[in-house]
Design a protein around this ligand. Structure first.
Ligand code: NAP
Length: 341
């Protein structure tokens, strides 16, 4: 089968299509013939060697896929060959087929298209856990979403709006502003034109916000903390600004400065909370993942939420898909479709 193998960390040219042996499902595993792959920012960091959860080189990148089960190992009760499923894993989805534990093959959402299915699991589970489990979102909250036009960002805007919150977001271009305005956001700030923290206060009559979903780190993290109201909650779910060049002392210094840190006595003075979350732990805890999946899918069904698929590429255009995500010009989810007949 064809797979996109990463042999060396670095630029997109290191993503190469290769013939590799088809994986075989072991006990408790299923094999899925993939129709589409969902891109995630962590894969850009993984390609560059900056992702702590990546396996040793060489490996096949890819955290999420969508397709049909075509083989089943022993001890698999609730799946059958032919079932449409969404796969979530730390790696392995940039391929025609992937083997995952049965608990990481989630049932397709029947009324979603192929691209909507593959755009769903990682970004909505991340946004859901950050907002509802860590920040304990309330409908009365005013929420600020960083990188609001991106994959996780658009999901978070939709979920918080549907819950009844007042929702604001930051974006890096006016084109992206339109994308989130179309989701019914209450206010959106182009941080390249305005200081986002000052503008956020202006938009909210001089007040701060109750909840921040933070994905950038560095100055953005520090300014976001300063925006929190008493009893406010901030969740760190990403570090998009971190770009460590391992043998460069200036880069090491900048990276260390950009990693989010808190001062407990300052938190006590203003009474706010800071949390963080990473989906990797959910993969290791199938019971918890099932609970999150059930709560999330019930909610999106009830509120008729559909993923924003911004861009679609073919399998042999993976380098272009990576370049687009790295350029910071993408909106919504980037998906890669596989012609897998
Ligand atoms: N915790 C988890 O389990 C988990 C799971 C999935 C994703 N994430 C994190 O969530 C964030 C969004 O992921 P995504 O896959 O949906 O990507 P994305 O938001 O579609 O793309 C990344 C966006 O981040 C914004 N950004 C802000 N500052 C940046 C910087 N210094 N360098 C690069 N990008 C910057 C850019 O938008 P603007 O220019 O408009 O700001 C860019 O388009 C990432 O930080 C990712 O690591 C975490």
């Amino acid at each position: 089968m064809k797979a996109i193998v990463l042999r060396k960390h670095g630029n997109v040219e290191n993503l190469q299509i290769r013939e590799i042996a088809e994986p075989q499902p072991g006990s408790g595993e299923v094999r899925v013939k993939l129709q589409a792959i969902g891109l995630n920012y962590a894969e850009i960091q993984s390609r560059k060697g900056l992702y702590g959860w990546a396996p040793k080189l060489p490996y096949v990148l890819g955290m999420e896929g969508f397709g049909q089960i075509d083989a089943i190992g022993e001890d698999v009760e609730n799946h059958s060959v032919g079932d449409h499923v969404i796969t979530v894993a730390q790696f392995g989805a940039y391929a025609e087929k992937i083997v995952v534990p049965k608990t990481q093959a989630l049932p397709a959402i029947t009324y979603y298209s192929v691209t909507e299915n593959v755009a769903f699991a990682v970004q909505y589970m991340t946004a859901w856990v950050g907002l509802f489990e860590v920040c304990r979102l309330k409908p009365t909250d005013t929420v600020l979403i960083q990188a609001a036009a991106g994959g996780v960002g658009t999901a978070a805007v939709q979920l918080a709006k549907a819950f009844g919150c007042r929702v604001f977001g930051t974006v890096g271009s006016d084109h992206k502003k339109t994308v989130v305005e179309n989701l019914g956001i209450d206010g959106v700030i182009n941080y390249r034109k305005q200081d986002f923290a000052a503008e956020m206060r202006r938009l909210n009559s001089g007040n701060g916000v109750d909840v921040v979903l933070e994905v950038v780190g560095g100055e953005v993290f520090r300014k976001s903390l300063a925006l929190l109201n008493p009893f406010g909650r901030l969740v760190v779910i990403g570090f998009a600004s971190l770009n460590l060049k391992k043998w460069n002392p200036v880069s090491i210094y900048r990276t260390l400065r950009a990693i989010p840190r808190v001062n407990i006595s300052k938190m006590a003075e203003r009474s706010y909370a800071v949390g963080a979350s990473h989906l990797g732990y959910l993969l290791k805890n199938p019971k918890l993942m099932q609970q999150v999946w059930t709560d999330l899918t019930d909610f999106v069904r009830k509120h008729n939420i559909r993923p924003v698929v911004g861009h679609s590429f073919k399998f042999d255009q993976m380098t272009a898909a990576h370049k687009l995500m790295e350029s910071r010009q993408s909106t919504g989810k980037i998906v890669v479709e596989i012609d897998n007949e």
